[in-house]
Design a protein around this ligand. Structure first.
Ligand SMILES: Cc1ncc(COP(=O)(O)O)c(C=O)c1O
Length: 484
C-alpha cells in the first residue's frame, strides 16, 4: 500500500485512541495524568493523555507491524532510504546500533578522531578497534575538518581487513568530507560506509546544502531529527540503504532500546517528518537566508570571523553546511567559551556551544530575524565591553592519538586513579571531553601526553565544561594499572 506524506499514522492513531476514552489498567501509572496533577499541570492535558504505552492499536516499536511500521515507511520514503527506524534513545542510540551492527570484537573501523562520544561508546560496547584518520585542522580557526579522501584511501590500504568507514556528515561546525568518494572507496574495498548525520537532517529536505548520506549511497546514517528536524529532544531516526538487512539491524537496536517507547517522541517524529517532507524546502531556504544575513552582519563588526563556503578546498572541506552559524572569536581576544558564557550571562542568549576559539549558534526552522538581530548586537557589544588583545590565546590543533589498546579492553581493565598531573605517559582508561560538542579529548586505550594535559588544563581554566571521568572535577584520571 502506498502512503501519502500528508499522513502521520502514529499521530492519527493516537488521536483516534484519545477519543475512545479507554479506561487505563496498564502503565504508565500516572493514568493520563490523574495520579500526578502537578505533572499534568506542568505538561498540559494533551501531553499526559498522549503519554501511553504500546498496545495493539498503537503498535510496538520493538516489532512494528502497523502504525509505527507505516510511519517508518513514510520516513524511509521522505529520506530516500530503504528503511528508517524511529529511535527514542537519542542519536546516541542510532549511532550505537549502526556501529554495533557493522563491527564485532577485534574488527577494525576507520573513522576520524573528531567523532562524538556515542561512537566511542559503541566501540567500548562492541570491542571493535578504531583506525583513526587525521581530520585535517584549519590553522586559523583551530577546528578539525573533514577526512581527506587520500587519507581514507591510505587507511584502507593499511587496514584492508577493516569492516567499515564512519564519516561525520557534517561535523558540528558544518564541515563535510567528500562523502560520495568515501562511499565508493569503502564499497570498492568491501566495507560499509556509515554516516553520523546528527547535524545533517536538513540535508534531505533543502536545496543548496551538502549531499545527504542516503543520496551519496552510504549504508547507514544516524539522523538527529530533534536537532534541525524539529522533533522532541531525544527522538531520532536511523536510516539504512538497500544492501543492509532491516531485520538484522533491528536486533541490534533492540539490544539496548527501551520496551516502553514514548509516544510523545514517536508522534513528534511522525509529525516532524510530515512537516519536513511537505514544507522543509521553503523552511530551510529561509534558514539559509537568515544565516547568510547573520554572517554578513557579524563579519561587519570586525574581529569576529563567521565562516562558511569560502573555506571549501575540494578536499578536507569538500562542502559546508551554510545553515551553521560558526564564528571564530580569537581576534577579539576571547575564547569561544568565554563569548558563549557572556552571551548567556549578560545578554540572555543561549547558543549551542563555545570551544577554545569558536562559537556555534544553531539556526533552524524556529528562528526569527529579530532574534538574529539581537545576537548580532550582543556580539558587537561583547567586543566593545570585553574585547582584549589576542595574545596568549591557545590555538587548537590536532593531537594525534596513540591507540595502545582497544577502547573496550581499556575500559574494563584493572585501573588506578591518579592525580591528573601525574598521568603523563599512562594509558587512559576513561573518557575526557568538552561538552558540548562532546568530541573526546581522551578515550579509553589512548596514551596520555603533555600536550593533552596542557589542553585539558587550558580548557578548564577557560571554563569549558569537561565531562567523562569518574572524578567529576577532573582532578584525577583512571589509567591502566602499571602501564606508564
Ligand atoms: C555528531 C554527533 N553525533 C551524535 C550525537 C548524539 O546525539 P543525541 O544527543 O541525540 O544522543 C551528537 C549530539 O550532540 C553529535 O553531535
Amino acid at each position: 500500500m502506498s502512503l501519502s506524506q500528508e499522513r502521520a499514522p502514529i499521530y492519527e492513531a493516537l488521536q483516534a485512541f484519545g477519543k475512545k476514552r479507554v479506561v487505563p489498567f496498564d502503565v504508565p501509572g500516572h493514568k493520563r495524568g490523574r495520579g500526578n496533577p502537578e505533572l499534568a499541570m506542568l505538561l498540559g492535558e494533551n501531553c499526559v493523555q498522549m503519554d501511553v504505552n504500546s498496545m495493539k492499536p498503537l503498535d510496538n516499536l520493538c516489532h512494528p507491524v502497523s502504525v509505527i511500521r507505516e510511519a517508518e515507511e513514510l520516513a524511509a520514503e521522505a529520506f530516500g532510504a530503504a528503511h528508517a527506524f524511529l529511535m527514542v534513545g537519542g542519536t546516541t542510540s542510532a549511532v550505537q546500533a549502526m556501529v554495533l551492527s557493522s563491527v564485532k570484537q577485534g574488527e577494525k573501523i576507520i573513522l576520524p578522531r573528531n567523532v562524538h562520544r556515542s561512537v566511542m561508546g559503541a566501540l567500548v560496547l562492541c570491542g571493535a578497534i578504531p583506525v583513526y584518520v587525521d581530520p585535517a585542522c584549519d590553522e586559523r580557526l583551530g577546528i578539525p575538518l573533514g577526512m581527506r579522501v587520500k587519507d581514507v584511501e591510505q587507511a584502507i590500504q593499511m587496514h584492508p581487513e577493516a569492516k567499515a568507514v564512519l564519516v561525520n556528515n557534517p561535523t558540528y561546525y558544518g564541515i563535510c568530507s567528500d562523502l560520495r568518494a568515501i562511499v565508493k572507496l569503502a564499497h570498492d574495498n568491501g566495507m560499509l560506509c556509515l554516516a553520523d548525520e546528527a547535524h545533517g537532517t536538513h540535508f534531505y529536505f533543502a536545496e543548496g546544502l551538502p549531499v545527504s548520506a542516503m543520496a551519496a549511497g552510504a549504508d547507514m546514517a544516524a539522523v538527529s531529527m530533534h536537532k534541525s528536524g524539529g522533533s522532541l529532544t531525544q527522538s531520532s531516526i536511523m536510516l539504512i540503504g538497500s544492501a543492509v538487512s532491516e531485520g538484522y539491524v533491528r536486533q541490534f537496536i533492540n539490544l539496548t532500546q527501551t520496551t516502553s517507547a514514548s509516544y510523545l517522541l514517536l508522534s513528534s517524529l511522525d509529525i516532524s517528518r510530515r512537516n519536513l517532507a511537505l514544507r522543509g524546502k521553503e523552511a530551510f531556504a529561509e534558514v539559509i537566508k537568515m544565516a547568510d544575513y547573520a554572517r554578513e552582519e557579524i563579519n561587519a563588526i570586525g574581529g569576529y570571523y563567521a565562516f562558511s563556503q569560502e573555506l571549501i578546498n575540494g578536499d578536507s572541506i569538500y562542502d559546508v553546511d551554510v545553515t551553521k552559524l560558526s564564528v571564530n572569536t580569537l581576534e577579539i581576544g576571547l575564547a569561544g567559551i568565554e563569548v558563549y558564557d557572556l552571551l548567556r550571562d549578560e545578554y540572555d542568549i543561549q547558543i549551542e556551544f563555545g570551544d577554545l576559539g569558536n562559537i556555534l549558534a544553531y539556526l533552524s526552522i524556529g528562528d526569527r530575524l529579530r532574534d538574529i538581530e539581537r545576537l548580532v548586537s550582543a556580539l558587537a557589544e561583547i567586543k566593545r565591553r570585553f574585547g582584549q588583545q589576542k595574545a596568549s590565546m591557545m590555538r587548537q590543533e590536532y593531537i594525534e592519538p596513540e591507540v595502545v589498546t582497544s577502547p573496550q579492553k581499556a575500559f574494563y581493565a584493572e585501573k588506578e586513579l591518579l592525580p591528573i598531573e601525574q598521568t603523563n605517559g599512562y594509558v587512559c582508561a576513561e573518557f575526557v571531553m568538552c561538552y558540548p560538542p562532546g568530541i573526546p579529548v581522551l578515550t579509553p586505550g589512548e596514551r596520555i601526553t603533555t600536550k593533552i594535559l596542557e589542553y585539558i588544563d587550558y580548557a578548564k581554566r577557560k571554563g569549558c565544561s569537561l565531562t567523562g571521568p569518574e572524578d567529576a572535577n577532573i582532578e584525577k584520571l583512571n589509567v591502566l594499572k602499571g602501564e606508564a
